[in-house]
Design a binder for this molecule. Structure first.
Ligand code: GCO
Length: 452
């Protein structure tokens, strides 16, 4: 009992958040390179220009992972680094970097997992309309094929899109992420439809160009829900809220609009009705492309809402307790979501699940004894993983967990003010210090979670 014997214990990062060298190695501009230069968009004027300088330190970083006992590394490829304008020539210098990173991982016996899109839309594609331009479906597919052709001999895991909820919602609806726009609702639905078509096309191209059988997945996010009690009514109310559809003005933050099409081949009825006036033309052919079968389901999970059945038979949110536990960026600590989230997702989508991200930000400091005592992160992860283990024991097909993040990094509009890493990064010296949580996680991995 517990986790599967071959459970994939991992850590995750993304390209812009750690790489640095943004204008080196012939990289093209991405929307983030441009956005961070605007005034007052990013905390204290921070940029990802240097970030964790991973382009230069990747060998040491891989060695560090090996020392931490990490079994798998989920990283992303910056589209604008390997195809500077997104659709034209391939930049060999960019490809060579990832090639070498992958070789290091393989040597260290760390399973590489590629995410294709963790938000670096090439600026040249943005200028052509970005996600609004239907051609992006082919451009993204071509990019996916190029990556699969080159790396599938060594890489088995490919995730297409990371958190479409965020890159459309935060990028185009409330404008706090690149490209920082607030566009019409109509446009956001069309973008979302193209995102999912691009996902489908990528799945096809990965299969076509891979040198062997690979595993293809998707990595959306969203808040989860968990029931107030184990009564049938509360559980039913919770399941209902989990897959419910929000009002149009903040529509992107939900699960089913983004996952039902991909996993079940149809948009949720509730959404088709609620959003009708904003929707683009949706054809059967589109739905077929969008639901091109995938092998594994990734989900980024950070927290959730507690739900119970109301007196009137409608689900209600249970108020959080006064003084409830929170992380440094004020996200609630709700371990139950790592039990109920995967359980509901597995019931609905019936695919093996990987938690592609989970973790917390804390105000970590290096202590007088030169260590970083991040007890809160240890406690957080212990509680979350214990719930995940319970789900696995209850028959949910959970195959892996990637802690966000390997190391502190550029947290988007929050710059370097949030520290999510198991490893502390001093951004002036680029020194890395394993936090207590890194040693703790190593022990968990060694025991396959049996010591949680
Ligand atoms: C994602 C996330 C990460 C964040 C993390 C903490 O999309 O995968 O936004 O990039 O750093 O979720 O907020």
């Amino acid at each position: 009992m517990g986790f599967r014997e071959d459970f994939l214990w991992g850590v995750a990062t993304s390209a812009y958040q750690i790489e640095g060298a943004q204008n080196k190695l012939n990289k093209g501009l991405s929307i983030w390179d441009v956005y961070v230069r605007e005034n007052n968009k990013i905390y204290d004027g921070h940029t990802g220009d240097i970030a964790c300088n991973h382009i230069q330190t990747y060998k040491e970083d891989v060695k560090m992972m090996k020392d931490m006992g990490i079994k798998s590394y989920r990283f992303s490829i910056d589209w604008s680094r390997v195809i500077p304008d997104g659709y034209g020539n391939v930049n060999e210098e960019g490809m060579a970097f990832y090639d070498s990173l992958i070789n290091e991982l393989v040597k260290a016996q760390i399973e590489p997992c590629i995410t294709l899109y963790h938000w670096e839309l090439p600026y040249e594609i943005y200028k052509k309309g970005g996600w609004l331009n239907e051609d992006i479906v082919q451009w993204f597919g071509r990019y996916a094929g190029i990556i699969a052709e080159r790396f599938s001999d060594r890489v088995k895991f490919f995730f297409t899109m990371n958190e479409p909820q965020c890159f459309i919602g935060l990028g185009y609806l409330n404008g706090v992420h690149a490209p920082g726009l607030k566009v019409n609702l109509r446009d956001t639905f069309e973008m979302a439809h193209n995102v999912m078509k691009a996902h489908g096309r990528a799945v096809q191209m990965i299969r076509e160009k891979s040198k062997r059988d690979v595993l293809v997945g998707y990595a959306p996010t969203c808040g989860m829900t968990y029931p107030y009690s184990n009564s049938k009514e509360d559980i039913e109310a919770t399941r209902k809220v989990m897959f419910s559809i929000p009002e149009a003005d903040n529509w992107t933050w939900n699960i089913s609009w983004w996952s039902d099409p991909v996993m079940l081949g149809k948009y949720p009825e509730e959404g088709l009705m609620k959003y009708e006036q904003y929707l683009p033309k949706i054809t059967e052919e589109d739905m077929k492309l969008i639901s091109e079968p995938i092998d594994i389901y990734g989900q980024n999970i950070y927290n959730g809402r507690c739900i119970r059945m109301g007196e009137d038979g409608r689900p209600v949110d249970v108020k959080r307790k006064d003084g409830y536990a929170r992380t440094a960026n004020n996200w609630p600590v709700t371990p139950e979501c790592l039990y109920w989230g995967p359980k509901f997702l597995y019931e609905r989508y019936k695919k093996p699940i990987y938690i592609t991200e989970n973790g917390m930000s804390a105000h970590d400091v290096i202590s007088k004894d030169s260590h970083v005592h991040d007890d809160a992160r240890i406690e957080f992860t212990r509680k979350y993983l214990s719930e995940l283990k319970k789900a696995s024991e209850d028959g949910v097909d959970i195959r892996g967990y990637f802690h966000w993040s390997l190391m502190d990094n550029f947290e988007w509009d929050k710059g370097y003010s949030e520290r999510f890493g198991l490893v502390y990064v001093d951004y002036e010296t680029q020194q890395r210090v394993l936090k207590d949580s890194a040693y703790w996680y190593k022990d968990v991995i060694k025991n396959n979670g049996n010591n949680l």
